[in-house]
Design a protein around this ligand. Structure first.
Ligand SMILES: [Fe+2]
Length: 439
């Protein structure tokens, strides 16, 4: 008697069922691939991207771990991000299974690690982890160059399958392309940053009276952006505007810039024109879309809420919010920096000046944010962001104190340890100047 399975109708049904199962598997496979591709194609920050790829691949292959090793061409090493902020993992690119895959470009599917002579059990011994199955595949970019390898460990349901190999190979192309995009983006960002910082150094170096002013302003802006919880985009905009706000001074004649005596009316006019030049020059720079309004922000740093500022006499809301912030830190830095004709101003007078102008000249939100600045950070920025000038014990004492509390302590005239410490760091130039008879 024929078994039901050999009956032609049963065979046809069996074939159809197999085709349906294959189609289901293919749909699952492509939906997994689509989800992973979509997720990683949105990320441009290299570190976040690598974590995302590792997580997505681990889930897609139902594995316990996934590591992306990238090849460092300069040192001929493979490196990977390490969990929990530990230092990155690095080893010579000729070593181990990852090194083998990097050199040969082969996919290696090892069902039982301890039975494969290429497996190095040393890391398992160190960490207490037990590796069972390993799937390692090359990361190839769009021109077929191997830029690193994927290594996936311990599939939950047993050894890795042929489908896993194909899926990893397909994801590899997308991941490698996106990793290269992220690197390119970081390089572009770095070269733009260094370009902006060079411009800022030129203007800071041109006028010894205000040396380091633009860089300090950028550091204060970063602190205030953090205190005000500004978005990453606004923080970046503010930082660039701070670095370039005085760039228009390049158009002011040196005879005016360095003049020790009072400026004539024409000379004052020329000085007051520097924000106009800042705007004109910055408008010639092609800023990325996210930084388009940098020229307007930078050019409005001398505007005041009541319209008494320059160059346009803008009032209140007409002044971009980030320019109002810049105005506060610009004045603050001018008063807390040394000038050829005076030392740093007394911090009580500086903060009093800002408070008096609050709501009339300066936006109260930003004056209040500045009052929350940590004293330790303030002193570091005064020293151009240099952390090493203060001992860590002193920093600890002063970092728990904000400018407002410090001014209150200074006003009580009680020489608390914090006050004595602050005065030691804030006034050394004047003391030195007195000793050398240079005041
Ligand atoms: Fe200025």
């Amino acid at each position: 008697m024929k078994s039901p399975k050999t009956h032609p109708a049963a065979v046809a049904e069996d074939t159809r069922e197999k085709a349906r199962a294959a189609s289901r598997a293919e749909r699952d496979w492509s939906s997994v691939f689509y989800r992973v591709a979509l997720s990683i194609s949105r990320e441009l920050d290299l570190e976040r991207l690598l974590w995302l790829i590792m997580d997505e691949v681990r889930q897609a292959l139902e594995a316990d771990r996934c590591t992306v090793f990238l090849w460092d061409e300069d040192t001929d090493e493979l490196w990977a991000l390490a969990a929990h902020g530990a230092e990155e993992i690095r080893f010579p690119a000729s070593l181990g299974i990852a090194g083998h895959v990097l050199r040969t470009g082969e996919v290696l599917n090892i069902p039982d690690a301890y039975n494969d002579p290429r497996f190095n059990p040393a890391i398992d011994r160190e960490t207490g982890y037990r590796t069972r199955s390993i799937l390692t595949a090359p990361l190839r970019n769009h021109v077929g160059e191997t830029i690193g390898v994927f290594q996936v460990l311990n599939k939950e349901s047993g050894p890795f399958t042929r489908e896993d190999e194909l899926l990893l190979d397909a994801i590899s192309g997308i991941a490698a392309t996106q990793i290269e995009n992220a690197r390119l983006y970081a390089e572009l960002k770095d070269s733009f940053e260094s370009f902006v910082e060079t411009l800022a150094s030129i203007i800071d170096a041109r006028d010894p009276e205000t040396a380091g002013h633009s860089k300090r302003l950028a550091l204060y802006c970063e602190e205030l952006a953090r205190l005000l919880d500004l978005s990453a985009q606004d923080t970046e905009k503010l930082r660039i505007a701070a670095l370039l706000h005085d760039y228009g001074k390049i158009a002011v004649r040196e005879a005016i810039l360095y003049k020790a005596d009072a400026l004539t009316e024409d000379e004052q006019e020329s000085m007051r024109n520097h924000p106009v030049f800042t705007r004109r020059i910055l408008e010639e720079i092609h800023f990325p879309k996210t930084l388009r309004d940098v020229p307007q922000i930078a050019a409005a740093h001398h505007e005041r809420l009541d319209g008494s500022g320059y160059p346009d006499g803008l009032t209140g809301e007409e002044i971009p919010p980030l320019a109002r912030l810049l105005a506060v830190v610009d004045v603050f830095d001018a008063m807390t920096s040394r000038r050829s004709y005076r030392g740093r101003m007394d911090l009580r007078d500086v903060m009093e000046e800002l408070r008096r102008g609050q709501g009339r000249l300066y936006d109260a939100t930003y004056v209040e944010a500045l009052e929350q600045l940590s004293v330790a950070r303030f002193l570091e920025i005064l020293n151009d962001g240099e952390l090493s000038f203060m001992s860590s014990a002193d920093r600890e004492v002063l970092s728990g104190l904000d400018l407002r509390t410090l001014v209150n302590l200074l006003n009580t005239n009680v020489p608390t340890p914090e006050v004595r410490l602050f005065e030691r760091y804030y006034l050394p130039d004047e003391t030195q100047g007195c000793e050398n008879g240079q005041t």
